[in-house]
Design a protein around this ligand. Structure first.
Ligand SMILES: C[S@@+](CC[C@H](N)C(=O)[O-])C[C@H]1O[C@@H](n2cnc3c(N)ncnc32)[C@H](O)[C@@H]1O
Length: 225
């Protein structure tokens, strides 16, 4: 497909308690399930050594990482997940579900460029977040990640004709107007080829892997040697 096109996403500009935002986050959970994002992220993380602390960039309400925690808690006990998001919308219920797995989940609200340097992660993750940034901002963010962590895994929208078709059809899942807009915008701002590897600050001392994952995902991992 053509070059990345960035259009502001509506969910980013709605108050957290706006009913359209609340509904759109429910849609997002359903879309994550259809895209198999939780299973794909778990597989991307499988090769990493057990971490003490994971920072999830743009982690929203934490429910995506809760799904990942359910899959990994047996192998990785006692992990702390820090949600780095502009909005502090982790619910008590989600927090309690992390605790039942033996994990902790906390929020550091603010722009990721301000919060990530405070967090000392072992692993950084991003699900449906990196595509919000233009290439210049992405290069700066990936440099920050590489300076802070030993592993990075991202599940982003694949910029492909098939993914665009899927995004145009999210209405059949009952998605609202905010989600229908943002799904298409996300694919147009998504990735293909080796675009994230090209923006990683250095190939030296890191193993990078980037590929499309069926049906709609673009997966990227960086692992310090
Ligand atoms: C599409 S949502 C994905 C949420 C979550 N990862 C998921 O899969 O459910 C993108 C999230 O990124 C957050 N966000 C966007 N730009 C941000 C920034 N510069 N710093 C921190 N959070 C940001 C938004 O608030 C939103 O929660």
């Amino acid at each position: 497909m053509n070059a990345r096109v960035l259009t502001p996403e509506l969910l980013d500009h709605l108050a957290p308690d706006d009913p359209r935002a609340v509904r759109s986050r429910l849609d997002l959970a359903r879309i994550n399930a259809v895209m198999r994002q939780g299973a794909i992220m778990t597989k991307l993380l499988a090769g990493f050594p057990a971490p003490r602390r994971i920072v999830d960039l743009g982690g929203g309400d934490g429910r995506f990482m809760l799904g990942v925690a359910k899959r990994l808690a047996g192998r990785w006990p006692g992990v702390t997940v820090m949600i780095a998001d502009r909005q502090a919308i982790l619910s008590d219920e989600t927090s309690a579900e992390f605790a039942r797995l033996g994990w902790r989940c906390e929020v550091l609200a603010g722009d990721v460029f301000a919060t990530l340097p405070q967090l000392e992660p072992d692993i950084v993750t991003a699900n449906l977040f990196l595509h919000h940034l233009d290439d210049g901002a992405l290069a700066r963010l990936l440099a920050l990640v590489a300076s802070q962590a030993k592993g990075f895994a991202a599940c982003e929208p694949r910029r492909s004709a098939f993914a665009l078709l899927g995004a145009k059809l999210v209405g059949v899942l009952g998605a609202n107007a905010v989600t229908r807009h943002d799904a298409v915008a996300s694919v147009r701002a998504g990735f293909h080829g080796q675009q994230l590897s090209a923006l990683w600050p250095t190939q030296k001392n890191w193993t990078l892997r980037e590929r499309g994952v069926f049906p709609f995902t673009h997966g990227f991992t960086a692992h310090a040697l």
